[in-house]
Ligand binder design. Sequence first.
Ligand code: NDP
Length: 336
Amino acid sequence: VKCLLTGGSGFIASHVLACLIRRGYTVVTTVRSNVKGSKVLLPYESLPAGTLSFSVVDDISQEGAFNKTIEENPDIEYVIHTASPFHNNISDPIKDLLNPAVNGTRGILEAIKLYGKLVKRVVITSSFAAIVNTGSHPFIYDEKSWNPVTWEEAINDHSLTYRGSKTFAEREAWKFLELEQPDYDLVVMNPPLVYGPVMPHIHALESLNTSNQRVRDIVQGKCVEGAIPPTGTFLWTDVRDLALAHVRAIEVPEAGNSRYLITAGHYSNRQIVEAIRKTHPDLLPSLPINPVDDFPPDVYGYDNSKARDILGIKFRTLEESISDTVESFKQIGVLN
Ligand code: NDP
């Protein structure tokens, strides 16, 4: 069974790919260059020919970006779209974040419409960013909640641009499905902050993904003196649980046509530090002595029952996730 995975060199996608391969799928993955594609393939070189290949899509903002990939692989049955910029390095909010997120999502669906005649299901990596409502948190977050951010706010306030990009991209996908009524159905993943090990064959200290940068700063002793900056998101999940959720999302028939809040639960900076202290006592000198719990006592609740009951996800603990993150950092030189 062939699956298309977009953005295969990404932090989350590298784990989705590992999970797909473990479960016997044939995978075509998009990457932005041949160099990245060769890196992504490295651990899988002994697989039978044709099991894993890459296709270069250097900018998902461009119209028709995915057409060639799907035209060349008409036997694709499942599509997992993870590619989307996640960084705060914004000079032009439209060009840097909003266009790739929205055009990329529309583009993959347009390409399937043109060439993906056998596609049965599409899974899109959206985010808790498309759910959170910072102006008025509900008592409990679940899949019914939508971020009310507007296009103008996302352009004018750069702290809202990423969240806007995920919200508008996800809305674009649901709108497309409603208008086009295709033969496939859609499943959307809405994870909050994602921690967990990076893959040393692709990721380097200089290009560490955004969500793990907090853990990097803590172990590198950058937070000893001052407070650790709050995240503003008090829910988290492990990348391996999220990867499995993506794959279960294509495997579980009744999962279709739905969003999934994929979260293991609450976390705070203090809990991250405690996890490192307990599992990596050698790093004690680098750690803040008395980190504050940065979530308020009346922090919002969450309902992850759909992820547990329908996708069958059993969430890892923060301690395991952070410990494994730190171990992977050793391999990419974060701790040298
Ligand atoms: P990464 O930065 O590791 O992955 C992003 C991927 O998208 C990379 O492969 C990147 O390629 C690709 N990409 C970005 N912009 C473009 C573009 N214009 N054209 C082509 N490819 C592009 O981040 P994550 O793995 O963390 O994120 C993956 C997905 O998960 C994103 O959709 C993100 O919004 C979502 N997400 C992440 C969370 C987290 O905490 N990490 C939380 C919730 C959702 P390259 O690296 O070559 O630029």
